[in-house]
Design a protein around this ligand. Structure first.
Ligand code: ADP
Ligand code: MG
Length: 701
């Protein structure tokens, strides 16, 4: 085959031409033969099965029936006519219906000859009817090359309107296979093909479009999914290897006085096993010659803050500064106060920088950062501003990564001549292999246990009609000295409505929980930061018992005495958000509760979300359900990873294949980092091509 064959513009294919090529491009993004070849069917119709008329169901599936036309008539209808044929087999009769092309059909259909008809059936009264069936004389059908599975290609309205039907797409594909003689270059090494018993590339491509049987189809699918994931992994892993070689890290080779003093004198509790393990992993990174880029996953309340602090102490012990960034002012404040408390009497300079830091303070702070008088800077996005320069930033920590983009992370890189080590912390856990693929350029640590003595939060689902009972429960808890969160959704699209709900809710709560017995705080996004802080502080200090809020409190806020979380319109929240919100309680010694309030009408997905929340407190389990419900599209990082544009593999459903692909990509790069060995040349060639035309794999790094 001509090596450029697959680059040929699709317009040159027989049966395509410039007009269809235009439509293929605008509707399916198909420009070349290669693009067409990689238009994989969504599903297949099994044309090996034949139905009897008395077995039919109006299921929406296409079926095949063998019978004879016994009668044809034209039926007048309000607009135009329809042609109706009575079709019979030995179990009953049905109708075949045409709304156009009557003349041709009447002249060509044969009465009383066995036909195979194929199409969707619908039911009118007691009669099944098949509109515009595909028809073939049984005799011819039996001779013909039987494609057992008929491929069904992705379609759009415009495609069908322009006459590019499934059948036409199938024809194009056949033409492509004729022109190429079904001979396509192999793109995996003999070793991988042998170890995994894969079928060849050509065989896989043929059988994905024209499967001979179920078994070959399964093999073709496996091979193509594997290959797709393998190349994504190859790219991620080689990028990471490159970074480790090229980007020298700041050497943190000693554990010094600050770290040890803190560990011996100030650590308020014993670290969990998981925390110790993670600190060890991070220390190994910091001590190596490469720059650290690590993701720390840990469920809400698993104790990431203390890990962050101890890493910052390591930086300081090695003569560097450290910074900790949080996504909101409230959280930055809380981190700042929390860290100061943890550090106690230790002699360290720590400061806070947010949007509300006053100008005079800011100038002072900038100076201290630049001359190295400040050890730790805690802040919001304000830290990223160009004006903020460090003397020698050695470690940057980002809390709750999903609010930060990749661009912001890279800004951190430039805060020091040699990029600082970077630790990204997140409480949105995702399955490990998935994480490795999504953030392929990050290493991953997981805190997989909670500190001891936590009582699992009791979660229940209540309908709005039970509100009075819920309010009585709240009053009892307040009597015991507890504090309560009541959270309302605030979702961008319906902000005005949501805001009204929040205010209505607030007013009714004020009515049901009157002063002076009850004090109520309210916090929402439309308030000035200073007002927010004031209200928040009253709640933190226990001056108010109820906090009415929108999801601004979702992230990080720590009030151990708050033991009840009420989530209003819980059906409107996503699972990970519900889990985050619930994580605001259960931080103290008391039994905590989460009450999910909903209306009576719930979608199936909403029911699953609520049941999952009631069933488990495990963030990883919740993340998996979430992933199954929503697909990976909403996960942080997916947009950048290219994994959303996969043509055949599904990173959630094909997790097992993903693991295999990752393993083989690692093995390959270990043995042959530059893909120089002759036996790996198919991979090198395919990989190079892929990198040149990122579109094929949609991989934009
Ligand atoms: P998150 O991982 O959600 O950021 P935090 O770091 O805020 O969690 O920790 C949650 C709470 O658990 C804090 O009050 C913290 O002091 C406490 N904590 C953390 N580690 C331990 C531990 N090993 N033993 C007991 N309590 C701990
Ligand atoms: Mg936290």
């Amino acid at each position: 085959m001509n090596p450029n064959f697959l680059q040929t513009p699709v317009a040159y294919l027989k049966g395509v031409g410039p007009n269809r090529a235009e439509t293929l491009k605008s509707e399916l993004g198909i420009e070349t033969y290669r693009d067409l070849l990689h238009l994989f069917p969504n599903r297949y119709l099994d044309r090996t099965a034949y139905y009897k008329i008395n077995q039919l169901h109006a299921s929406g599936a296409d079926v095949q029936v063998i019978g004879k036309i016994v009668h044809i008539k034209t039926v007048e209808q309000r607009r135009g006519k329809r042609l109706v044929a009575t079709f019979m087999d030995d179990t009953g009769e049905m109708e075949l219906v045409w709304f156009r092309g009557h003349k041709w059909i009447r002249e060509n259909l044969k009465i009383n000859e066995p036909y195979v008809v194929f199409g969707k059936v619908s039911k009118y009264g007691k009669t099944f009817s098949m509109p515009h069936p595909e028809m073939e004389l049984l005799a011819k059908h039996e001779q013909g090359l039987k494609i057992a599975m008929q491929p069904i290609y992705p379609s759009t309205e415009k495609l069908s309107a322009k006459g590019i039907t499934n059948r036409v797409l199938g024809k194009m594909m056949q033409q492509l296979f004729l022109d190429s003689q079904g001979n396509f270059p192999e793109s995996l090494s003999p070793k991988i093909i042998e170890e995994l018993r894969l079928i060849s590339k050509s065989k896989a491509l043929f059988n994905i479009h024209f499967p001979k049987d179920q078994e070959l189809l399964a093999k073709a699918r496996f091979r193509l999914k594997f290959e797709e994931l393998f190349y994504v992994q190859l790219q991620l892993i080689s990028k990471k290897m490159l970074r480790k070689q090229k980007i020298k890290g700041l050497p943190f080779d000693q554990v010094g006085e600050k770290f040890n003093t803190f560990f011996k004198k100030h650590l308020p509790f014993e670290l969990t096993k998981a925390q110790k393990k993670v600190i060890k992993e991070i220390r190994a990174d910091l001590g190596s010659n490469a720059q650290m880029n690590r993701l720390l996953q840990g469920d809400v309340g698993s104790g990431k803050t203390i890990v962050a602090l101890m890493c910052m102490l390591l930086a300081i012990d090695n003569g560097f500064q450290a910074c900790l960034m949080a996504p909101t002012e409230i959280l930055a404040n809380q981190h700042y106060n929390g860290l100061k408390e943890l550090l106690g009497s230790m002699e360290l300079k720590i400061a806070l920088l947010t949007g509300s830091t006053k100008k005079s303070e800011r100038t002072l702070l900038h100076n201290q950062l630049e001359n190295g008088n400040l050890n730790i800077l805690v802040g919001t996005h304000a830290v990223l501003e160009d004006k903020v320069q460090f003397k020698n930033l050695g470690l940057a920590i980002v809390d709750e990564q999903h609010r930060f983009g990749v661009a912001q992370r890279s800004k951190l890189w430039h805060k020091n001549q040699i990029p600082p080590h970077i630790l990204v912390m997140t409480a949105t856990p995702i399955p490990r292999t998935l994480a490795m693929s999504l953030y392929g350029d990050l290493d991953i640590s997981v805190i997989d246990e909670l500190p001891p003595g936590r009582k699992p939060i009791k979660t229940v689902h209540r309908f709005d009609s039970n509100r009075l009972k819920v309010f009585r429960f709240i009053k009892d808890e307040i009597k015991k000295g507890r504090q309560i969160y009541i959270v309302y959704p605030l979702i961008q699209e319906s902000e005005a409505l949501d805001f009204k709900d929040l205010m209505d809710g607030y007013e009714s709560i004020v009515r049901d929980f009157p002063m002076p017995d009850y004090q109520i705080s309210i916090v929402h996004g439309k308030m000035k930061p200073a007002d927010k802080d004031y209200e928040m502080e009253r709640f933190v200090n226990g001056e108010t018992q109820i906090m009415v809020a929108t999801t601004v409190i979702e992230v990080g806020v720590n009030v151990p005495n708050a033991s009840v979380m009420i989530i209003e319109s819980a059906e409107r929240f996503g699972l990970s958000q519900l889990h985050q919100l619930r994580g605001r309680v259960g931080r103290g010694a008391e039994q905590s509760f989460c009450i999910l309030m909903t209306g009576s009408k719930l979608s199936e997905d909403a029911k699953t979300r609520l049941q999952t929340m009631v069933r488990t407190n495990d963030g990883f389990e919740i993340a998996e359900v979430d992933l199954k419900l929503r697909g990976p599209g909403d996960l942080m990082g997916t947009q950048q990873s290219g994994l959303l544009h996969l043509k055949i593999a599904d990173i959630v459903k094909d997790n097992q294949i993903l693991k295999t692909a990752r393993y083989h990509a690692i093995q390959l790069l270990k043995e042959d980092p530059n893909l120089e060995k002759p036996e790996n040349s198919p991979i090198r060639i395919a990989y190079t091509k892929m990198m040149q035309s990122a579109v094929i794999w949609g991989y934009i790094s």
